[in-house]
Design a protein around this ligand. Structure first.
Ligand code: ATP
Length: 255
């Protein structure tokens, strides 16, 4: 008898159900509205632990709203959000942050009037000393070490996004939600940033990355979904989704 089967009372070998690992994040029939206008119309999504999960789709599809709901910043009007199998739909953003959920919002998630160093100092320390945080950050993001005394708002858009990534990583997230890292940036810079994201995922952080432009993110994603008008309309491996997309909507930075 193998480990994966047991003997039934009739003496027949009955295969034991193979238990799939609990997803790090699961959305079940998620609805969200702004006032009377519903923008998520029953979203179901399963994010396995580990790797990069790409969320693609056109403007206004509801991708940012979904991330804001997961981070506890927007209360859904129905459905569930499960984090590691536990319903967290009513959890506050700070509770979710303590459980390892970190959101890099659309735009530049940094304080422009503070230096790189000061931006790092504003992070909750989670037991680590500031010098440890700075040392780790500057090893991983050497460009930021060169800029440590510079005001974040005077850095290039790519460097500001790098700082947003660095701040997120310093909180030691389990689930990193990234909203359109590529916003307003040249394709080459976007590639560099996503190389950093791939490294972050390799270090064990599960990444959910919303991107309007598909090619770069699909190159590093382990799975992907496409959202249009508040619903998931496609889900699968990156190659599968890319070939389907090429006939449907052109999510391409030209990178
Ligand atoms: P984008 O890439 O443009 O951000 P998205 O897929 O992230 O698109 P959302 O930002 O989630 O989409 O927006 C979904 C819908 O909700 C859109 O129709 C948008 O106009 C609307 N919406 C977003 N934020 C608000 C808000 N604060 N108040 C009212 N409507 C909003």
């Amino acid at each position: 008898m193998t480990d994966s089967a047991t003997m039934s009372v009739t003496g027949r070998l009955v295969p034991e159900p193979v238990l799939a690992p609990t997803p790090i994040l699961e959305l079940r029939d998620l609805h969200a509205s702004y006032g009377a206008i519903e923008v998520l119309h029953g979203m179901d999504m399963i994010v396995p632990a580990g790797g990069i999960f790409a969320v693609l789709g056109p403007n206004g599809a509801g991708k940012s709203t979904m991330l804001r709901v997961v981070a506890g910043l927007h209360a859904p009007s129905g459905g569930s959000v499960l984090l590691g199998g536990r319903d967290v739909v009513r959890a506050r953003p700070d509770e979710l942050a303590r459980r390892g959920v970190c959101l890099i919002p659309e735009g530049r998630g940094v304080f422009p009037n503070l230096t790189v160093e000061e931006n790092l100092r504003l992070i909750g320390h989670l037991g680590a000393s500031m010098s440890e945080i700075e040392q780790r950050t500057y090893e991983q993001f050497p460009r930021l070490a060169e800029r440590r005394k510079q005001l974040a708002g005077t850095m290039s858009g790519g460097e500001q996004q790098m700082l947003a990534l660095a701040r997120a990583v310093a909180t030691k997230p389990g689930l990193l939600l990234i909203d359109e890292l590529s916003m307003g940036l040249a394709p080459k810079i976007v590639e560099t940033l996503y190389e950093l994201v791939a490294q972050i995922a390799q270090d064990g952080v599960t990444v959910v990355a919303v991107e309007q432009f598909a090619r770069t993110i699909l190159g590093i994603a382990s799975s992907a979904v496409v959202v249009t008008t508040g619903r998931i309309v496609m889900a699968g491996g990156p190659h599968e989704v890319e070939s389907e997309l090429s006939g449907l909507y052109l999510g391409d930075t030209g990178a």
